[in-house]
Structure formats: C-alpha cells, structure tokens
Write a protein that binds this ligand. Structure first.
Ligand code: HGY
Ligand code: MN
Ligand code: MN
Length: 426
C-alpha cells in the first residue's frame, strides 16, 4: 500500500481559518455551541467533509458524524474526533485540533480511495465545554446514554433558556438538525445514543492543556486515565445593607462568607498527600453586585477532580461540611446543589499499548500519563475501547488566549493519529 501521508499544510490552514470563528477577536476564541460562530465553524468543516465525499449525520443534540465515502454497511466503524466549542476567551486549539486532525484523516483516506476492514468516521461532539449549561461533555453524555430527555429541560443557561429551548431555537439547517414543528420528540431522543455494537473503537487527539509534556520535552502523551469530576452549585444568602452605614459587627455579608468558604476549600484540597486532587471555583454571581451595597446573595460553582472517585467524594464532602460551618458562624444561609459529575476512567490497554509500540517504532519521545482535563473520550470509553493522544501545550497554558502548541507538534500529533487510525482500520 503506498505510504499515505496527511497534508500538514492543509491541517494548519484549517486550524488557522477556524480560529477566526470567534465572538472575541483579539481576545482568544469564544465559540459556544449553538452560537452563530459555532454555525460558521460547522459550515466550514461540513463543507470540507462533503467535498471529500463524506456522508453527514447530525443528531438532535447537534453532534456531527462524517462518514468516509468508502464506508460499507455491516462493517464496524472506527471513530476519531473531539469538540469545536470553547470556553469564554479560550484558546484556538482545545477540541478543534482533534476535530481538524480527524477531518484531515478523513480527507487523506478519501483522496487515496482507502477502504479497509473497518469503516471510518470523523466526529464533532456538541457542548463539550459546558459553556452554555455548566455541564461538560453534554453531547457525548447523550450519545453514551448517560443523559436523557430529563436533562434537556434540567440544564439551563444564564439567560434561563433550557437546552431543549436552545435546540428548538436553531434555524440554520445547513449545519443543524432542526426539530420539527412539535419540537424535539421522543424519536429524536431515542435515536441519540449510538449503536455501539457497530463501533470498533474511538481515538481522540487533544492538546495536553497542562505543563507535563512542555516541561519534560516528550512530544506525545498516551493517556492512561481521565480524571473524574464532581460539580456543585453553592448559594450563600446573607443580609444586604448599606456599605457605609452598617457597622462591621452587624453584617451578614454573603460574599465574605463565600470568600472564606473558597479559601477553606483550597486549604482542604492542598492537604492532599498525592498532591493530585484539584478544586476550582470558576464562576460566581453576586447580588446586587454594587460597590456600595453589602452583598446579599452569592452563587458560585465549585468542582473537585481526581483520578480516584472515592477521593473526589471525600474531599467534596469535607468541603460541603466546611461551607455549612462557615455559613452558620457568619449567620448566612447556604445550599450546596449537586450539578453534574463524571467518573474517572481508565482508557483501553490494547489501544494504549498499540500507541506505545507505534511511538517507540517512530522514535517519538512519549509519556504514558493521566488527563486532568475531561474529554468526550471519557464518555465514549464507557461503551467501546477508547484511546487518547496528547501533544504539548506551550507553557502548559489552556482555556486562555495564550493557549498554543508548536506547529511541528500539531503536525506530529496528527500524523501519529493517522498512523494509529490506519493500523486500526486494517
Ligand atoms: O473542563 C474540562 O476539563 C474540559 O476542558 N471541558
Ligand atoms: Mn477539550
Ligand atoms: Mn476545554
């Protein structure tokens, strides 16, 4: 078989074009699922896939499956993909690098009229970041059957719209599957989970988003396990009052209580002997949020992540108890509501071993490592053998405009993905 090779120029061009689809030009990439910029990026990707002869299937959550033109009925499918949505003012590679690389694999296989023992699909998972609804990996949770119709209405955005309402508001039929006049029906929901008996495996290529490869000098990460995460929503309610006329001794300040609770959460997790568990408060609303009013109500997200589920729960339970004690001492009320979670997951050993062998053979320095970030691969791994590959993130930065990876590492990662896919396609 002639040695097929990806077109690295095309890969980098696509990435550079796609980063222009952002709501915050010059301040990183902001491309939430179901936004106008999301639609533009989808159109660009779908257009390329269709030009390569691919079949396009978009489900009710707007996950996209792009099938190689030589795919045959009755043959199991190897899937490669990731997400194209971002956090606010995020980076230009998180997610979309894996989608672009899977698209490059599709285009290269198509140009070579490749047809193997197995079929191939490039996939875009919707709403991976949770930037709209606060729940990561939403599209892939529906695909894996972890989420169902109830979540369509339970998940809401800051503007109060539910996931169902947002999906029903979509109008661009070029890039979205538009619900019928009756909205999203039972059939749309039933057809969301994949028939995993027809899926051979999945591979996701992603930037590391952390400092390990950048520091060690290895150029590839082969992933052992993806951390789990548990997210709660905390509301602390005190008494609003005048910032100037209220003596310190008479305050029930919700924000001061929250501040103490957040520092306490940090102190609890910093006590971790493994120094692996992480806790983050990334989103907060303050009411009434005026400089001369003692904050009455504060609502914030708090997430704990680790490789070990029992540890996640041990730390989170200690944090919740501490929040309650602080609220009591400060005479403010508090509620801690479970928001979302995903379990830690060890990825497929056979796939990982194959990747290690391939990396050894090609002489690319690699490291077998964990992922502190969660990925759609985590949800698919519940169902079929799944593998993940990382490339280094410069200075270990991600989810920020500074997110970057050397072009030669982007190309090496995509070439490695291509090699693994070709090995798996047989
Ligand atoms: O939050 C995460 O780990 C991923 O970037 N959504
Ligand atoms: Mn990602
Ligand atoms: Mn991300």
């Amino acid at each position: 078989m002639n040695k097929m090779r990806i077109n690295s120029e095309r890969l980098l061009d696509n990435l550079n074009k796609l980063k222009t689809f952002t709501d915050t030009p010059g301040e990183g990439v902001t491309r939430f699922s179901y936004s106008a910029k999301d639609a533009e990026a989808r159109a660009y990707i779908i257009d390329r896939a269709e030009k390569a002869g691919a079949s396009i299937h978009i489900d009710a959550l707007q996950n996209i499956r792009m099938g190689l033109k030589t795919n045959r009925p009755g043959h199991k499918t190897l899937v490669a993909g990731s997400h194209i949505d971002t956090v606010r003012n995020g980076g230009w590679l998180d997610g979309i690098y894996g989608v672009c690389s899977a698209l490059e694999v599709l285009e290269t296989l198509s140009e070579n009229d490749f047809s193997g023992e197995y079929n191939f699909e490039a996939v875009v998972f919707a709403e991976e970041e949770g930037s709209n609804f606060g729940s990561t990996m939403t599209g892939s949770k529906f695909i894996a059957g972890i989420y169902n119709e109830e979540n369509l209405d339970k998940l809401t955005r800051d503007d109060g719209l539910s996931l169902r309402q947002v999906l029903c508001s979509l109008t661009d039929s070029r890039v979205y599957s538009i619900p019928g006049p009756g909205g999203i029906n039972a059939e749309d929901i039933e057809s969301l989970p994949w028939d995993f008996s027809q899926i051979k495996a999945m591979v996701e290529l992603h930037i590391e988003q952390g400092p390990i490869l950048d520091k060690s000098g290895e150029r590839l990460g082969i992933i052992d396990s993806i951390f789990g995460m548990r997210v709660i929503e905390v509301v602390m309610e005190g008494v609003g009052n005048h910032a100037g006329a209220t003596p310190m001794s008479q305050r029930q300040d919700a924000l001061s209580a929250a501040a103490e609770a957040i520092l306490k959460a940090e102190e609890i997790v910093r006590s971790d002997e493994d120094r692996r568990t992480v806790v983050t408060v990334g989103k907060m609303e303050i009411a009434p949020n005026c400089s001369n009013v003692i904050p009455e109500k504060v609502c914030f997200s708090l997430e704990v992540r680790d490789k070990d589920e029992a540890k996640i729960n041990r730390f989170m339970d200690r944090i919740i108890a501490a929040i309650r004690d602080i609220a009591k001492a400060r005479k403010v009320s508090c509620s801690c509501r479970e928001h979302s979670h995903s379990l830690p997951l060890h990825l497929d050993d056979r796939l990982a071993q194959g990747m290690k062998n391939a990396a050894e053979k090609s002489g690319i320095p690699f490291r077998y490592m964990d992922s502190g970030a969660v990925h759609d691969a985590c949800m698919i791994a519940y169902k079929v053998p799944t593998g993940m590959i990382f490339v280094p993130s410069i200075n270990g930065r991600s989810h920020v405009p500074e997110e970057d990876t050397k072009p030669e590492d982007l190309v090496a990662g995509a070439e490695f993905l291509f090699e693994i896919v070709c090995r798996e396609l047989g």
